[in-house]
Design a protein around this ligand. Structure first.
Ligand SMILES: Nc1ncnc2c1ncn2[C@@H]1O[C@H](COP(=O)(O)OP(=O)(O)OP(=O)(O)O)[C@@H](O)[C@H]1O
Ligand SMILES: [Mg+2]
Length: 369
């Protein structure tokens, strides 16, 4: 099997580094502290959570993905499904409890996962049902619930879901929580503002790129194990091309591993990149379609400079071919709304703008070349 995982988590052997982060997360759990993992998209938050769960012995680990949750009813369903699928034998007692609470639990023979429906649960009782589930979970000795893409609760139409959930979490102080998400500004505000319910309720972990010096040997060794050969230089080239973003490094290595050549050279990497960009081009053209000329020029300038600290600064404005600072500000706001760029702060606390879809960024670079 291709050792470069591109979907999900497949165990410690296919997982690169994150030792310090794993240790910190486990220490936090064991000392009764919650953690909120924040990073740009595709850096490895979800895989890190699964890696921590995989490393924890004697804990009940519940993973809830809020990505597709739009309301408390979806959240209830995701929480119940997460319980029905907890790793280990605890799963069966949870399934029994869910059934006694009138949830419908069914095994999907294709995926081996349990799916949970609740057409037997009274509609409108979502809060009560979530409370009941949390009460059941809290009876476990060592238990952690990961709420991935946590910022999604802000879009719940149900009133004050944020405050209500905080009160629930506080009530069950035997449950540890790992929150995680990629909307950095929103999460910083949720956990860092004294006016918000989750204020200071978790340690913040800002996930950064895996260091190049650790990723290169990981890549070289996985190729070697498959009796293939890639030099440190070519692995370094892939890391740099992907700007250190885990998902894209994994994707390129996955494709290169699939090549017939036993020795991977830089020209193979270049042709793989070319093929991927060609494959994604129709999608990128769709992203470009709604943009005005100025917005697209600003996007090209962000791609060119990679990190932009001053949107009204000379270098950026010149690069975008703009003279009016308010046009630059407006275009950046529009691009943020389209989710084509994101903002983050660097190690010194300075805010910058960038593009987290690395292949899109590289495609944009080609458009201005
Ligand atoms: N440390 C790692 N070693 C190897 N592969 C990893 C590592 N971390 C993540 N990956 C892989 O990179 C890809 C992206 O990781 P993941 O989905 O965890 O990122 P994410 O930050 O949760 O992304 P998103 O913001 O889109 O939810 C996945 O295919 C995952 O398997
Ligand atoms: Mg994720």
């Amino acid at each position: 099997m291709n050792p470069f995982v591109v979907i999900g988590y497949r165990g410690a052997d296919a997982f690169c580094d994150r030792e310090t982060e794993t240790e910190t997360l486990i220490k936090n759990l064991k000392n009764g502290r919650n953690t909120c993992i924040i990073s740009p998209r595709r850096l490895g938050k979800t895989a890190l959570i699964h890696h921590v769960f995989n490393s924890l012995k004697g804990w009940t680990c519940v993973y809830v993905d809020l990505n597709l949750c739009n309301n408390l009813s979806d959240f209830l369903k995701s929480l119940a499904s997460a319980l029905a699928n907890v790793p280990g034998t605890n799963r069966f007692s949870f399934i029994e409890l869910l059934t006694s609470l009138k949830f419908q639990v069914e095994l999907d023979a294709l995926t081996g996962q349990y799916s949970v429906g609740f057409n037997l649960v009274k509609p409108g009782d979502n809060r009560k049902s979530v409370s009941e589930l949390l009460k059941i979970i809290a009876k476990q000795r060592n238990v952690v619930i990961a709420l991935d893409e946590f910022q999604q609760i802000l879009s719940f139409k149900d009133e004050q879901a944020e405050g209500w959930l905080r009160a629930e979490a506080q009530q069950h102080n035997t449950i540890r929580f790992i929150y995680s998400g990629s909307q950095q500004r929103v999460l910083h505000e949720m956990f860092g503002s004294s006016k918000r319910p989750f204020y200071h309720s978790a340690e913040l972990m800002s996930l950064k790129c895996i260091p190049k010096a650790l990723y290169i040997p990981f890549i070289v060794n996985l190729f070697k194990k498959g009796k293939k050969n890639i030099t440190y230089d070519v692995a370094g080239f892939i890391y740099d091309y992907c700007l250190g973003f885990t998902a894209y490094i994994q994707l390129l290595c996955n494709h290169l591993y699939d090549e017939k050549n036993a020795v991977i050279k830089e020209d193979s990497a270049l042709s793989t990149i070319g093929n991927l960009l060609k494959q994604y081009e129709p999608f990128y053209l769709k992203l470009k379609k709604p943009l005005t000329d100025i917005q697209f020029r600003v996007l090209l300038a962000v791609a060119k400079l990679k990190k932009v600290y001053a949107i009204t600064g000379n270098e950026f404005m010149r690069s975008a071919g703009i003279t009016n600072p308010s046009s630059a500000n407006k275009a950046v706001s529009a691009l943020l709304n389209y989710d084509l760029i994101y903002t983050d702060t660097d190690e010194r606390g300075n805010e910058f703008y960038s593009i987290d879809d690395v292949l899109f960024l590289r495609w944009l670079e080609r458009q201005s070349a």
